[in-house]
Design a protein around this ligand. Structure first.
Ligand code: FE2
Length: 267
């Protein structure tokens, strides 16, 4: 009965050698109410959960950055978990992200693993590479008279969110995009006036079996928004599977994703 064993070995080799590096550049149109005219077709490339670590080397991070740069977006957003838990990976990861370049900038938030590692060191390392970290802060993207607000929160699971600061003086009539490592904030009343939340954290389940979904989904309620587009009221949420791995260096049924989001006016 050698066949099943060969089958298992084949699947595990695929999960550890092929799928983790088989990048998927997803393209999703997102329709937003009251999107100003000059932001029609505005393209955002999102990288998330890079997790530079012993199991994910710096060459792979550089590879992800080069692929992302080829998408030529109007703006890059990075939604956290640059490393997994060791400080020595922070600086090289930030340096590898430095080539990212877009007309409307590169904006970042921190994830739960950045808190395990060192949130201050991570913030400083990113800022040294001209990546703006929205730690409970916001900015306005301006195109002539048109604007879109971009806000970012620190990691929700670490109780690091300061909603009043993140949303201070935002214009309720202008669409707001929120960067939040954790997708679960879609359920909170604080996000009900946000047009679009961009999140990661789930790794798309990282290991997902056909028909039953990802075992991790049953273990943690917090990743019920596992990947793709969700909606609650007028608020939409896009969850990217991200590119890195934690724990075992495997991915199965959850290809690493570089997400390209194109904003469209809802008519
Ligand atoms: Fe995370």
């Amino acid at each position: 009965m050698a066949t099943p064993l060969v089958g298992v070995a084949g699947v595990s080799a695929y999960a550890s050698l092929v799928e983790p590096y088989s990048y998927w550049i997803s393209e999703t149109d997102i329709f937003i109410r009251d999107l100003p005219e000059r932001f029609e077709n505005f393209r955002i490339t999102q990288l998330t959960d890079i997790h530079h670590s012993r199991i994910l080397g710096i060459e792979e991070v550089r590879n992800v950055v080069a692929l992302a740069q080829q998408t030529k977006p109007d703006m890059f957003v990075l939604t956290g978990d640059y490393t997994t838990n060791y400080r020595r990976f922070i600086e090289p990861c930030a340096e590898a992200l430095a080539p990212l370049n877009a007309p409307e900038g590169v904006w970042a938030v921190l994830g739960n693993h950045d808190h395990y590692t060192d949130p201050e060191l991570t913030t400083r390392a990113l800022e040294r590479q001209h990546i703006a970290v929205l730690n409970n802060a916001h900015t306005t993207l301006q195109r002539g008279p048109d604007s879109v607000q971009l806000s970012g929160i620190d990691d929700w699971s670490w109780n690091a969110v300061d909603w009043p600061r993140a949303f201070a003086d935002l214009n309720p009539k202008t669409p707001t995009i929120l960067l939040s490592h954790q997708p679960t904030v879609l359920d909170l009343e604080q996000t009900q006036n946000v047009s679009l939340i961009l999140s990661g954290h789930t790794h798309g389940g990282q290991v997902r079996f056909p028909f039953v979904g990802a075992p991790a989904l049953y273990a943690a309620n917090e990743i019920k928004y596992d990947r793709g587009l969700f909606r609650r009221g007028a608020t939409q949420l896009y969850v990217s599977s991200g590119t890195g791995m934690i724990g075992l260096p495997v991915r199965l049924g959850a290809r690493p994703e570089i997400a390209v989001l194109r904003l469209k006016r809802e008519i």
